[in-house]
Write a protein that binds this ligand. Structure first.
Ligand SMILES: NC(=O)c1ccc[n+]([C@@H]2O[C@H](COP(=O)([O-])OP(=O)(O)OC[C@H]3O[C@@H](n4cnc5c(N)ncnc54)[C@H](OP(=O)(O)O)[C@@H]3O)[C@@H](O)[C@H]2O)c1
Length: 231
């Protein structure tokens, strides 16, 4: 299936950057979106070096107006149609639940679930216009089981899974596909500064996760739920 016009939130580094580079080829248009413009500009250059066309959309998942602007910018670049929206931007921390203050809880919900819902809502007309639009939501194994110190993160990733499941049913008749991906531990900056005793050399690479997502996007019959490691 042709996936030529792609918006990737959190496309400036980590898994989002790896996805952008996996899709980057001649004929593809990619919009990468996040807060850090230097990282976005770098990825735009890398996509262009691979033969694709790209733009950066600086935005903040915590700000509805900024999400609207980013999706508008992407859709305009794509000529009004979007084949694939990848809701990838996210934040992570490990902290006992009692130490999670309201501001932290609100931030996690804004970035990890509300921003993805708003971006999807804004992108739907263009996904519909494309005829066979696809939404890929990057959840986590933390959207499938609980981990100590991750009550807030898990709550947001379970919410993303619930959102995906319901939206998939709602859009089924319109042939807009909705897929949830559940990456296992992947070596990215998301673990920088996190108080977690974990050997990062045992983690997956962002490129291996991107490969799975690229394969999923090419499939005519894409599985609704994709785990990145065999159980
Ligand atoms: N790494 C793992 O082990 C793992 C496992 C399971 C699931 N995941 C999920 O995979 C996704 C990508 O994670 P990653 O590991 O690649 O993390 P990462 O390297 O920290 O990248 C996160 C991306 O999200 C963007 N982002 C964060 N807050 C944002 C905000 N307020 N507005 C806009 N963009 C924002 C960041 O850009 P800026 O900071 O510049 O805004 C960055 O581009 C996340 O949803 C994460 O939960 C990761």
């Amino acid at each position: 299936m042709a996936t030529n016009r792609i918006l990737i939130t959190g496309g400036g580094r980590g898994i989002g950057r790896a996805i952008a580079l996996r899709f980057a080829t001649k004929g593809v248009k990619i919009c990468v979106a996040s807060r850090t413009s230097d990282e976005l500009d770098q990825v735009v250059g890398e996509i262009e070096a691979a033969g694709g066309e790209a733009i950066a959309a600086q935005f903040n998942m915590r700000d509805h107006g900024s999400i609207e602007s980013a999706v508008y910018r992407a859709t305009d670049f794509f000529g009004g149609e979007m084949d694939l929206l990848i809701n990838n931007a996210g934040i992570f921390d490990v902290r006992p639940f009692e130490d999670c203050d309201p501001g932290m809880i609100q931030k996690f919900f804004e970035v990890n679930i509300l921003g993805a819902m708003y971006a999807t809502q804004e992108a739907l007309p263009a996904l519909r216009e494309a005829g066979n639009g696809h939404v890929i939501n990057i959840s986590s194994t933390s959207g499938l089981r609980g981990y100590p110190g991750s009550s807030v993160y898990c709550a947001t990733k379970y919410a993303l899974r619930g959102f995906s499941d319901a939206l998939r049913e709602e859009l089924r008749e319109e042939s807009i596909r909705v897929t949830t991906v559940y990456p296992d531990s992947t070596d990215t900056t998301i673990f920088d500064g996190v108080d977690l005793d974990i050997d990062r050399s045992t983690m997956d690479s962002p490129e291996s996760v991107a490969e799975i997502i690229w394969n999923a996007a090419q499939a005519d019959e894409c599985a609704p739920d994709i785990k990145t490691r065999p159980e």
